[in-house]
Design a protein around this ligand. Structure first.
Ligand code: NAP
Length: 252
């Protein structure tokens, strides 16, 4: 068990990478607190985890809401006794448009969900981890925040994810001496609803950009998150961990 008795918040748990991660964390012994806006999906997942012998609580809300970030930490503390880890994974792609065609509304939405929400999450999570003298925070960034890899129309998304990597590194530097590790996970194309699932042409195009000529399954990304949240990565902080089928080296 890699995460035995650890108490971990997972956002974006109603779908894709977050749902796969929540299941895997629970099967590795973690107590998980599930977050996303869609309550029914969270309830179904929490039930499935419980039926498999795991421990899960959930709370629906919007990661753009500062009160929600705090409420997830409160739930972890009340239900399980504290907070050891957070997989801050909720995110949106938004409009895929060249910048001249992109709306300011899209820019603002993408930055709010992918970057500002990370700030709000950290503000709530760091004090709870400090109280326990240790913790591990993982932000889901993207290969696109590091090396575009040939993906078109990613101006807002790339800016949000590159910003997230810088934010994770700054947070890591500020809190390393307190025993809190902070890392960014940079997935390559992953088969999820926002990764093009249900659109065979998009999946084929994205798979073709990867040197491995395929996209990841959500569980492959979740395995890397387990590592970053576990004590196996005890000397890793401020790291942009790339798990991308080689797409970042394609144009490097
Ligand atoms: P997904 O299946 O569409 O899941 C996105 C999750 O984020 C959902 O659970 C969604 O839940 C949640 N979410 C979105 N906006 C939210 C908000 N305002 N408040 C609360 N929750 C919100 O996509 P995914 O591919 O698993 O994405 C997970 C993360 O991986 C994202 O950060 C994404 O940028 C990143 N990523 C994905 C890929 C890829 O190819 N799939 C590649 C690199 C990085 P609700 O709709 O229920 O709120």
């Amino acid at each position: 068990m890699e995460l035995e008795n650890k108490i971990i918040i997972v956002t974006g748990a109603s779908s894709g990478i977050g749902a796969a991660a929540a299941k895997l964390f629970a099967s590795e012994g973690a107590n998980v607190v599930l977050g996303a806006r869609r309550s029914t999906e969270l309830e179904v997942l929490a039930d499935a985890i419980s039926r498999a012998g795991g421990r899960a609580m959930y709370l629906a809300g919007d990661v753009k809401d500062e009160g929600y970030a705090g409420a997830l930490v409160d739930l972890a503390t009340k239900a399980f006794g504290g907070l050891d880890g957070a997989f801050n994974n909720a995110g949106i792609v938004g409009e895929m448009q060249p910048v001249p065609d992109m709306s300011i509304g899209n820019w603002t939405d993408v930055i709010s969900v992918n970057l500002t929400a990370a700030f709000l999450a950290a503000k709530a999570q760091v004090p709870a981890m400090k109280a326990r003298g240790q913790g591990s925070i993982v932000f889901t960034a993207s290969f696109v925040g590091f090396s575009n890899g040939g993906m078109p129309g990613m101006g807002a998304y790339a800016a949000s994810k590159a910003g997230l990597i810088g934010f994770a590194q700054s947070l890591a530097s500020d809190h390393a001496a307190e025993g809190i590790r902070v890392n960014a996970l940079l997935p390559g194309g992953t088969i999820t609803p926002s990764g093009g699932e249900g659109n065979p042409a998009a999946l084929e195009f994205i798979a073709g950009l990867h040197p491995m000529k395929r996209m990841a399954a959500p569980a492959e990304i979740a395995q890397a998150a387990v590592f970053l949240l576990s004590d196996r990565s005890s000397f890793m902080t401020g790291s942009p961990m790339i798990v991308d089928g080689g797409i970042s080296v394609r144009l490097a």
